[in-house]
Design a binder for this molecule. Structure first.
Ligand code: GLN
Length: 207
């Protein structure tokens, strides 16, 4: 991305809650792009892995051919936000996953699948960030984040539990920020682009 250009943020659109992410990115003045094929990853400044069903997404990452492209994007330090199932795909350890479920091994924590209960036990609550800032959290069969590695920063908590975390340019969010009205979490992703100033273009890095 050149100085002053609008960043392009991809949203994995194989399954799950991707359209609200695109709408929220548009509100932030960012170019959103649904990612369904490997070519859709070219030129992205950041990527969102949305909520949905992580077992299904894991299978679709293989059948779509997107897995290795996303892996190399993470290797290059391109900012990635994983929400709910997306967080599960980023976690280094997943509790409650099928043995054939594979993720990206990027966020040093354990994601305990469905730890807050089933679909009908979904809930909404205030997430508390540093400085007393709060944001509305919608939790739908959300994973619980446990066993954080030393490099993981906790950015938001509910009842002391980490629900919004960051390791380098990777952000994990246990709730669904795209279903609320607050662009705070997506704003963190955009800030990360500004910090990295890394552009992916055909596998090259540009300034
Ligand atoms: N429970 C789902 C999973 O394990 C995640 C739910 C969600 O993304 N809302 O994949």
């Amino acid at each position: 991305m050149g100085a002053g250009a609008r960043p392009t943020v991809g949203v994995l659109a194989l399954q799950g809650a991707f359209s609200n992410h695109l709408a929220l990115l548009a509100r932030l003045g960012v170019e959103g792009r649904a990612v369904r094929l490997p070519g859709d990853l070219v030129g992205l400044d950041a990527l969102v892995l949305p909520g949905g069903e992580s077992t299904t997404m894991s299978m679709l990452l293989d059948s779509s051919g997107l897995r290795s492209g996303i892996q190399s994007l993470l290797d290059r330090g391109v900012p990635v936000l994983g929400t709910c199932a997306g967080l599960i795909l980023l976690a280094t350890r997943v509790d409650g996953a099928r043995p054939d479920q594979r993720g990206f091994d990027r966020l040093d924590c354990t994601a305990v699948r469905n730890a807050y209960g089933r679909q009908n036990e979904s809930f909404e609550t205030e997430v508390v960030l540093d400085g007393g800032v709060t944001t509305h959290g919608i939790f739908i069969r959300a994973p619980r984040i446990t066993e954080l590695g030393r490099e993981v920063e906790v950015l938001g908590r509910v009842d002391g539990d980490p629900v919004l975390v960051r390791q380098g340019s990777v952000i994990g969010c246990a709730f669904h920020p795209e279903l609320g009205d607050d662009p705070l979490v997506h704003g963190l992703l955009i800030d990360q682009i500004d910090r990295n100033l890394t552009t992916v273009s055909d596998g090259r890095q540009e300034d």
